[in-house]
Design a protein. Structure first.
Lengths: 158, 166
């Protein structure tokens, strides 16, 4: 009888230790999964700021026009990038700058342009990496150029 | 050895084992608490870095001007150079900005059309004696405007904020 109660006591201690370990491991794992608030803040800011920065940059080889004007000229069939095709140059330039920023920082992204609500075949969407995560922050930069609604949409996946 | 003595030893052994278990439990608990505290400290440090980065990047002293009004979406190249000169050569200006800049390295990098780096403030040179617990680096893209031509360039604004070990 005495040995039975001792075995029961030992079993109880083992169960308690096991429970303690399970609670500790679970606690440690759930803490790691939380993304810090500042990081989230910056993710929200990034597409807003970067989209703004890209569209307002003056492009040297395109009469120093801002990117948004160059894309608009591309859509309207005008030539402003010297001997280069305006649409090709604007798109390649955008791809390069997105690669140098979001690409370097290892973000997956989608960048697309619509004019009057329609996507344009002259400026197909740009995809950087495959988005495998569920958090996507999108920023639309709308402006009215030459009487038309121009929207540049940058989505960042993190 | 008498039976009573054996029982006393038994009780002592049980107590010792119990104390060992409690000590192990406390050790686990304090480790978990310390990890949590470190995470909270890191989060506060990051929040501080975000605050400093946003404050500095939106300062009218560095922002572009449009029709006499500051435009914080971009930074003025001349203002950046002037601020760098004043911070490094005018003690009262440095003291004025010290509560904001504090232990932060502030770096402006031009990415397009040319590549260039301007070290606006280098805290690590001035505070070599401090024990740094962690450095949080935040980079945000910014347009840098040349006021002479009015052209906007692509750049980044980086703030490396150091948290001191106490």
């Amino acid at each position: 009888m005495k040995s039975q109660s001792e075995i029961l006591g030992l079993a109880l201690i083992v169960v308690l230790i096991f429970l303690g370990l399970v609670i500790y491991v679970r606690f440690a794992l759930t803490s790691d999964q939380n993304v810090a608030i500042p990081a989230q803040l910056m993710y929200k800011q990034l597409p807003v700021v970067l989209n703004d920065v890209l569209l307002q940059t003056n492009i040297q080889n395109c009469n120093n026009e801002q990117l948004r004007n160059v894309i608009m000229r591309c859509v309207e069939g005008q030539q402003v990038c010297g001997t280069y095709n305006t649409c090709e140059y604007a798109r390649n330039w955008t791809i390069q700058k997105l690669n140098e920023t979001l690409g370097e920082w290892r973000f997956a992204y989608i960048y697309n342009i619509t004019v009057d609500g329609n996507t344009r075949s002259e400026f197909p969407a740009i995809f950087g990496r495959n988005c495998t995560r569920k958090n996507i922050d999108t920023e639309v930069f709308p402006s009215r150029l030459a009487g038309r609604l121009f929207e540049a949409r940058l989505s960042i996946c993190h | 050895m008498k039976k009573a003595q054996i029982r006393i030893f038994e009780s002592i052994a049980v107590l010792v084992i119990f104390i060992i278990f409690v000590a192990i439990g406390l050790r686990f608990y304090t480790t978990a608490q310390m990890n949590d505290l470190r995470k909270v400290a890191a989060e506060f440090s990051e929040l501080d870095a975000v605050k400093v980065t946003l404050l500095l990047s939106h300062m009218p002293e560095l922002a572009c001007s449009f029709e006499g009004r500051p435009d914080s979406s971009c930074m003025d190249l001349e203002k950046i150079n002037a601020m760098k000169y004043l911070l490094n050569n005018t003690p009262w200006v440095f003291e004025h900005y010290l509560p904001i800049i504090g232990l932060s390295d502030v770096i402006v990098t031009e990415l397009y059309p040319a590549t260039d780096t301007i070290m606006l403030h280098n805290a690590s040179i001035q505070n070599t004696s401090l024990r740094i617990a962690r450095v949080t680096s935040l980079t945000i893209p910014k347009n840098i405007q040349d006021p002479e031509t009015g052209y906007k360039k692509i750049g980044t604004f980086t703030v490396k904020t150091s948290a001191v070990r106490r």
